[in-house]
Design a protein around this ligand. Structure first.
Ligand code: ADP
Ligand code: MG
Length: 738
């Protein structure tokens, strides 16, 4: 009897790449074709409406109802020309993906016929009955309504026959039930704080934008093989599977030539993504077999977050068309690299200055140092919170696994920037400032040659590394909504900058009289005074060494950094007094919202481990033990036959190996059975716990470790049971067939 495994392996081998025809025009022509971007606004909106929309998008101007009606009319006209029939508010609830509920444009015309209608009211606000989305208890059941409200800063786009309108999602009483609402507030906070700090250096700056360039890693698996692995199908990762003899040790996959079937998938994905305005730039093989990466050019953080959410859903669709399933889980396979989503982050001004890039003049470099140091101040003060912002049941498998950043947040700056900060901190004050004839005050802030910046010896083990003109937050998980990390990071930096400004202003007051008529600029003196303090304060977060080493854990603990490893406990950092104070004072989230969101986090954690435990229990009892026992019976039969044919002494020798195997199978299957029983009992106990926080901790401490014990036994069985009987596709098949 041919097992399902051999059928799907055979079929996967035969698959040919799809023929993906590139559109007739160049990508620059079809880029953004399905987006109601500025070009389309210009075409479809009356002149004054267009001007108002630009003001709304660029400067956060208010948008009144009349304008909304006119915009809706223009959108409808464009959409119907594109044969769109439906529209939806597209939002990002506290689950992993995005949510949408489609309505058609059709309305009764009151005369027995139908008209197509889409008004400003429908564009601006909807009231989806959203009682099934997680709210952490914010929405009581008698008031199940949630509101979705248009985010005019992220353009509307078309998927198939539907106009998708990016929206925030809030409760009846105004609390955020999504990622976008607090993200927009955090971006506003960092804009305000950073703009004020910029004014020390350039009073003409009007706005500071937070930039995000993500790098999405993922695995592809043939869909037949995927369907034959209930664990992948139901949990997104393999709960068992012995190492393939060959996996990534040869480093032959990284940047290797892209397999044809995968290349066809990538080509199609890029075409649809470009049409939707996602500026895809880079694609390549990653370190692990069947692992790949896609990275667009960086954009404003809000748009980049939307684009990442959109891209993840496009990946799933396009992969299916090509007979693949895309795995976004952070650790689908044990023993080889997992997937992350590096978040390249920086701040820039409306007049085109990258605040995290070194400049040419001493003043520009002082500004650069200011933004580097205040970023570090935010990351240092809230390192535990930043870790919480990237933590999840799935990412926990990746972090600290000797490939990904460790579960301690620290920052790598590289030699050049470290030396610059040391210089500012330690140089004699009189050497830092001098008077230079008519030009007045001169500062000794050395320039960083561009060539050095490009060559920053990149420390791959650092979770928050400076890479020339940005920081790269590498701990973010592949499956995550980047907004979570971006809310925490931008808030932390906004708080640090606001705090910096307060102290610099106070310092200016202190010294300005002393400096009158001296030719010295008291502002720059004050900036340096405060900066010198902060360079000292945030030193514990700076770490240029090997983040994978055991010494680092001990050292980090000594430095007072957060070294907690337990996912449910890491979430507690959201409720630390300094976190609540920060989010509340910046107007990003209230205590009530933070508490509710943590309930959701703990509940989600529990559910994920619970599902894994169930799946592993089923597979153990229904797939693994029966097959192992069948193989064991065959061995027993063979032992009997040998005993019948040969003299007892000889038979004993010949049967030695099989007897050992029979015993090993008996021991391992019995260990699995015991393990599954224990797992069920531990769940029964944990499920009685009412408090979500306590329950999540019980699942982490009591249940998750049992999964590993059971897996260990199964993986050993995989090595000894007859390959032709083994029911589940093996790692060597999942990872090398494409
Ligand atoms: P890597 O060497 O880490 O793969 P890439 O050059 O591929 O780096 O860039 C990774 C991402 O960083 C891209 O999305 C890129 O647009 C983005 N990026 C580059 N400069 C900045 C910046 N100043 N701020 C934010 N993102 C940036
Ligand atoms: Mg990178």
């Amino acid at each position: 009897m041919e097992t399902l495994r051999f059928q799907v392996v055979g079929e996967a081998f035969k698959k040919k790449p799809l023929d993906v025809q590139a559109p007739a025009e160049r990508p620059t022509k079809y880029f953004g074709r399905k987006v109601f971007n500025r070009e389309k606004m210009y075409k479809y909106l009356p002149k004054e409406v267009y001007a108002t929309m630009i003001d709304v998008m660029d400067n956060g101007a208010r948008l009144d109802r009349k304008i909304a009606d006119a915009v809706a009319e223009g959108m409808k006209q464009w959409a119907t020309e594109e044969r769109v029939t439906h529209y939806t508010h597209w939002f990002q609830p506290l689950t992993e993906g995005t949510a949408e509920k489609h309505d058609s444009f059709i309305e009764h015309d009151g005369k027995g016929g139908m008209i197509e209608e889409f008004t400003g009211k429908l564009l601006v606000q909807q009231e989806p009955d959203a009682s099934s989305f997680p709210s952490g208890g914010i929405r009581s059941t008698f008031e199940a309504r949630g509101y979705s409200a248009w985010d005019p800063t992220s353009p509307v786009f078309i998927i198939d026959d539907t106009l998708c309108i990016p929206t925030i999602f809030i409760s009846y009483s105004g609390e955020a039930l999504d990622y976008k609402a607090p993200l927009l507030k955090a971006l506003h906070a960092v804009n305000v704080a950073a703009t004020e700090v910029c004014h020390y250096f350039d009073p003409t700056v009007k706005k500071v934008t937070s930039n995000l360039g993500w790098e999405q890693e993922y695995f592809l698996v043939d869909e037949g093989l995927y369907a034959a692995r209930p664990d992948l199908l139901l949990t997104g990762r393999t709960l068992m599977g012995h190492d393939s003899a060959k996996n990534q040790q040869m480093d032959d996959h990284y940047f290797g030539s892209i397999p044809e079937r995968v290349a066809a998938f990538m080509r199609e994905l890029e075409i649809v993504a470009l049409e939707l305005g996602i500026p895809c730039k880079t694609r390549h093989n990653e370190v692990a077999p069947n692992q790949f990466e896609l990275a667009p050019i960086f954009e404003d953080t809000n748009l980049a977050v939307d684009h990442n959410m959109l891209l993840m859903s496009l990946m799933k669709r396009v992969a299916r068309k090509h007979g693949f399933r895309v795995l976004l889980h952070e650790k689908p396979f044990a023993g080889i690299n997992g997937s992350g989503k590096h978040n390249n982050w920086s701040l820039s001004t409306d007049n085109g200055v990258l605040l995290h890039a070194p400049g040419k003049t001493p003043e520009q470099n002082l500004r650069f140092a200011t933004f580097i140091v205040e970023t570090l101040m935010g990351v240092y003060r809230h390192n535990g919170l930043l870790k919480a912002s990237i933590m999840s049941a799935t990412n926990a498998h990746r972090l600290g696994a000797n490939e990904a950043p460790p579960a301690i947040i620290s920052s790598f700056l590289g030699k050049q920037v470290s030396e610059l900060l040391d210089h500012i901190e330690k140089a004699d004050k009189d050497d830092l400032f001098s008077i230079n004839g008519k030009q007045g005050m001169k500062m000794d802030i050395p320039e960083i040659p561009e060539i050095f910046i490009d060559n920053t010896d990149r420390n791959r083990t650092s979770p928050f590394a400076f890479t020339g003109n940005r920081f790269e937050f590498r701990a973010v998980g592949s499956e995550a909504n980047c907004a979570s990390a971006m809310i925490a990071l931008n808030s932390a930096v906004a708080e640090a900058l606001a705090n910096f400004k307060k102290r610099v202003d106070a310092r200016i007051k202190e010294i300005e009289n002393d400096f009158e008529g001296s030719g010295h600029n008291p502002v720059m003196h004050a900036v340096i005074d405060v900066l010198r303090e902060d360079i000292k304060t945030c030193k514990p977060i700076r770490f240029d060494g090997n983040g994978y080493s055991d010494e680092w854990i001990a050292e980090a603990e000594k430095r007072g950094l957060d070294v907690e490893k337990s996912c449910p406990k890491i979430f507690e950092r959201y409720l630390d007094p300094e976190s609540i104070e920060m989010f509340e004072s910046l107007g990003v989230m209230t205590r009530k919202e933070l508490e509710a969101r943590n309930e959701v986090k703990w509940e989600t954690y529990t559910k994920k481990v619970q599902i894994e435990a169930r799946v592993l229990g089923d597979l153990s009892m229904n797939h693994i033990i029966p097959v192992a026992t069948r193989y064991q019976s065959e061995l027993v039969k063979n032992v009997d036959s040998v005993a019948m044919v040969f003299a007892p002494d000889k038979a004993k020798v010949l049967n030695a190996r099989n007897l050992k195997l029979i015993e090993e199978i008996a021991e391992r299957t019995s260990a699995i059975e015991t393990g599954v029983d224990e797992l069920v009992n531990a769940r029964k106990v944990a499920n009685k716990i009412v408090d979500e926080h306590e329950k999540a901790i019980a699942y982490h401490d009591q249940i998750a470790p049992k999964l590993d014990e059971i897996r260990y036994q199964i993986d050993k069985l995989e090595l000894i049971v007859d390959d032709s009987m083994w029911p589940l596709p093996k790692y060597r098949e999942l990872l090398f067939i494409r």
